[in-house]
Structure formats: structure tokens, C-alpha cells
Design a protein around this ligand. Sequence first.
Ligand code: BV8
Ligand code: ZN
Length: 249
Amino acid sequence: MQFSDELISKLLSAQNILFFTGAGISAESGIETFRGSGGLWKKYRAADLATPEAFERNPDLVWQWYEYRRKMVRNAQPNAGHIAIAEFEKYFQSVTVATQNVDNLHNRAGSSSVLELHGNIEKNFCSDCGKRFDFITFKDKNNVPVCDECGGFIRPDVVWFGEQLPYEVFQRAGIKAGSCDICFVVGTSALVYPAASIPETAERAGAFIVEINIDKTNLSEIADITLLGKSGEILPSLLTEIKNIKGTA
Ligand code: BV8
Ligand code: ZN
């Protein structure tokens, strides 16, 4: 793939890189996206599965939905896009990933600074006392797991619609957006707020915005460059270009 001179020159001078990622980066790992054709929200209603009200109404159904997605995530492997992002760390002073994904794949690919804006599907906490129950497998699929401390329902540590994002994580992402030289926006429809304000903050602060997506999105208008194609192909190819410019690290 051929990259523009403008992008190459920005990469040469950049020190601080921010990746803002969404479901599209994990599509090539076999994880379904949300809004595209065949996306999860075409088959299921977010209001029935990903809101605090849904959990109150039918915790069993919500648990089945998250167990189904956990299985999908555990059977998946980070793809060439996740791995290329982790490798960017060898070539730039600071590389941060602010992800809307809950699938843990950036961590598994080796990225060392991942801000999980919408939580992590492998983590859980008690909805009453807040006790944490991370990386556990629930054997009894027909019963909602309960807290051994207080008997409250355990819930996945993800941000549901209508809930606030983890304050410190969102704030740190905002700071990185305000100080990055290049913000890569990868595999996201950039429709869910407040997360989608992160690349907008970067743009307002003068960062060079590079969008990588198989289709144009709302964000394409403010992007300096949109690279149309699969992130699992474009990111490794960009990394090869960086290696050529900067030498093998
Ligand atoms: C809040 C975690 C405030 C759980 C998720 C109007 C009405 C009602 C509400 C609102 C409104 N306007 C704004 C809101 C608020 C709402 C919102 O934004 N709604 C939108 C949809 C209108 N936001 C909230 O509710 C947020 N909270 O606002 O709190 C508040 C204030 C005070 C007090 C209390 C509260 C919380 C939102 C969190 C939602 N949680 N997930 C879980 O996963 O189970 S959202 C869900 O969408 C996903 O999990 C994901 O995190 C997020 C973003 O989606 P994308 O990642 O972009 O995925 P999508 O499928 O859309 O796109 C995929 C893209 O990839 C496509 O562009 C495709 O072309 C591309 N692609 C595909 N393959 C590839 C590819 N690109 C490259 N390569 C490929 N191979
Ligand atoms: Zn408890």
C-alpha cells in the first residue's frame, strides 16, 4: 500500500500517538461488530441487553448475552492490526490506545497503555457492594452469579447505555487526545458518545487525524486522511513503512 508524503512526514516528526479504536479492529479476529450489516445490534436490541434497566428486569438474559460474547472473545486471537499497534511502541516516545472495545484483545496483543473506555468483558463486580470478581468462569449458566460477601447480583464490568464512563479513564484519554501529534481512528463508526468526542478533542487540539476503516464514517469529515481498507492489512503495512523510515528498532 502507498501512503501519502504528508502522512510519512507527520510520522517522521510525531512523538505522541493516540489510537482510538472500535469494534472494526477486532472484526478480523472473528468478533462481531455492532452496527454494520450482520452486526450485533441488527440481531439484538441494545435496550434489552446493554442497559442497567435490562439487568434489573432480566439479569439472567443479560448474563447469557455476556457469556455468549465471552466465549467469542476467548476463542479469538489478536489479529495483525492489534499486533501492529502494540509494535508502534518501539518507534514512538508515547503510544496510547483508547478503546471502546471490551474484548481485552489490545492487552493480549501486548499494548502497554490501554484505556478501556467501556470496560472489560473479562471483569465483573457486585452490583450492590462493588466487590470485584475478575477473570472467572461461571459454571452454572442458568443462575445469575451472586456475591459471596453480600448476596448481591454480580454484573459485568462494562459501561451500559445511560451509564457514565469510568471517570479517570475518560479523563486520561482526553489528556492524551489533547497532547497527541497523530490520532489514528480505527474501525469505529464514532457514533457512541462521550467516547466519540476523543478524536474530536484531538482534532481541536491540532493533532493530525488518520482514519482507518473499510467505509467512510461521520468522522471522515474531520479526518485529515481516511485510509479505506481493513485495519489488519493497513496497520501492518504502515508499520513496515515506519520501519523503513526509522530503521529496525
Ligand atoms: C452516557 C459496552 C451519560 C458494553 C457500549 C441520544 C439518545 C439516547 C442516548 C444518547 C443520545 N445521544 C448520546 C447518547 C448517549 C449514548 C450514546 O452515545 N448513544 C448513541 C448510540 C446515540 N451514550 C451513552 O449512553 C454513554 N453514557 O452518555 O452517560 C450520563 C451522564 C450522567 C449520568 C449518567 C449518564 C455510554 C455508552 C456506552 C455504551 N456501551 N459497549 C458492551 O459492549 O456490551 S457501546 C457499543 O458501541 C460497543 O460496545 C462499542 O463500544 C461502541 C462503539 O461502537 P463501534 O466500536 O464504533 O462499533 P460499530 O459496530 O458501530 O462500528 C464498527 C466500525 O468498524 C464500522 O465503521 C465499520 O465500517 C468498521 N469496520 C468493520 N470491519 C473493519 C472495519 N474497519 C476496519 N477494518 C475492518 N476489518
Ligand atoms: Zn456484594
